[in-house]
Ligand binder design. Structure first.
Ligand code: SF4
Ligand code: SF4
Length: 433
């Protein structure tokens, strides 16, 4: 069986948040494989510690990805400040005597882990508007995905997920949990929330999404962040009047455009023009929203606290609903001359969002937590949900296939993450000991 087939069997999907089925990426033919180890979301400490504690797995996964894609080289891109990970990875690479694998060190800015930004930082290549790394001969995989590729080839399916639990909890930490573990249970292992009114985010403060306490983790959950209900981050994600406020208060200062990482890469995405068109009800410029990666820097910088990212999200939804095609596919020839000077340091992101108090270590533990029930979502990937192949009352073992890719569809296999009995099957499969 080839590498991509083993990875398909093991149910590997992009662990950085997108959830694209990895076996598809491994079937491409490219020049370079980049490991995204930037972990640019403030407060999360997962990937950087995986690259330290599981350096051998990450490097092995990269070798396999290089082999599968026929790439000439593999580059692990991580921040210069991840000293322990750099040391562990360098040691592992030196032992391999493999000259095709190397490290690329990044500054500590947001969004260093955005694929378009990362590809430019590492190779100097600019991905076309609305394009993919593949358009410039590159495949990008998250560090945890690479670890999962190495495990898949050893016939170990994806059953557990490393993540950081942080923010307003008593003891932030990083550990593996069975996929489907309840979020509230994980927060309790961190000593519980240390305030009465809070919300929970799946992911970091910039791109994470608010989730209910009763939800469970997926293959894509890199962090669980607890924040006060009245924090700036929560306001940005929940304000229901974002569009109305843009219409009445956008002063066209252009700050949202000048900070935008896609604009700085030379893409014709001028965020202030989308806001202007929204304000006066014009269609012109609205399609630029297709190019927005929703990094949130425009919300972060707007001097009058408007939420242009939210407007872009709404615009995209409307355009999809209307069946409007994305007309933006140009390839820029050069980045903006100020690009290097407009990288936003993580400290500034944290400062403006009043999150510095949560910028604490979240040390990795390899402790195995006693999880007695899980609810494993059938849809954890780009594409369609997996199809259950178990029935109520079945007794399953950890690692057993319980849902598979529907014939001919883009999806990902799912495996039991604990031993137990199937007690419910709907959009999730529940297993109880
Ligand atoms: S930064 Fe705010 S005020 Fe300035 S153009 Fe953008 S949305 Fe309008
Ligand atoms: S969220 Fe804002 S800053 Fe980020 S890509 Fe979209 S328009 Fe640009």
């Amino acid at each position: 069986m080839n590498i991509a087939e083993l990875v398909k069997n093991a149910g590997v999907v992009g662990a950085g948040g997108a959830g694209f089925p990895t076996h598809i990426k491994l079937q491409a033919k490219v020049d370079t494989v980049i490991v995204n180890g930037a972990e640019c979301e403030p407060l999360l400490r997962c990937d950087q510690q995986i690259m330290d504690f599981y350096a051998e797995r990450v490097v092995r996964g990269l070798q396999l990805a290089v082999e599968s894609t026929g790439a000439k080289n593999g580059i692990i891109a991580l921040k210069e400040k991840y000293h322990k990970a750099i040391e562990s990875l360098n040691r592992t690479i030196a032992q391999l005597h493999n000259r095709t694998i190397s490290l690329h060190l990044l500054d500590n800015f947001y969004p260093a882990g955005d694929e378009f930004v990362l590809v430019y930082e590492v190779t100097g290549k600019i991905i076309p508007e609305s394009g993919l790394p593949l358009n410039v001969g590159i495949v990008v995989n998250n560090a945890v995905t690479l670890m999962n590729i190495a495990n898949a080839v050893d016939e170990k399916p994806v059953t557990d997920r490393p993540l950081t639990v942080c923010g307003a909890v008593k003891n932030p930490f990083t550990a593996f949990f069975p996929i489907g573990t309840s979020v509230s249970e994980i927060i309790n292992f961190a000593g519980g929330p240390n305030l009465a009114e809070y919300v929970i985010l799946d992911g970091g403060p910039m791109m994470g999404i608010i989730i209910p306490e009763k939800s469970s983790i997926t293959k894509k959950t890199s962090g669980i962040l607890v924040l006060p209900s009245d924090s700036e981050v929560v306001y940005q994600k929940t304000n229901r009047h974002a569009v109305k406020q843009i219409k009445s208060a956008c002063e066209q200062c252009q700050d949202c455009t000048e900070i935008c990482p896609r604009f700085l890469l030379g893409h014709e995405l001028e965020c202030h023009k989308i806001q202007r068109s929204t304000s006066v009800g014009l269609q012109d410029n609205i399609t630029q929203a297709f190019m927005c990666c929703e990094c949130g820097l425009c919300d972060w910088i707007c001097p009058v606290k408007l939420l242009p990212r939210r407007v872009n999200q709404e615009s995209k939804k409307l355009l999809f609903k209307q069946g409007v095609e994305n007309p933006h596919h140009k390839t820029p020839t050069a980045v903006h001359p100020m690009m290097d000077y407009r990288r936003v340091p993580i400290e500034r992101v944290l400062g403006r969002l009043d999150l510095i108090k949560y910028d604490k270590p979240a040390p990795f533990t390899d402790k195995k937590f006693d999880i007695s029930k899980v609810a494993i979502p059938l849809h954890q990937n780009v594409g369609v949900p997996a199809e259950s192949i178990v029935k109520m009352g079945d007794v399953v073992k950890k690692g057993q296939l319980i849902a598979k890719i529907p014939d001919g569809k883009l999806s990902a296999n799912i495996h039991a993450s604990i031993d137990g009995k199937i007690t419910e099957i709907n959009s999730s499969i529940k297993i109880e000991r």
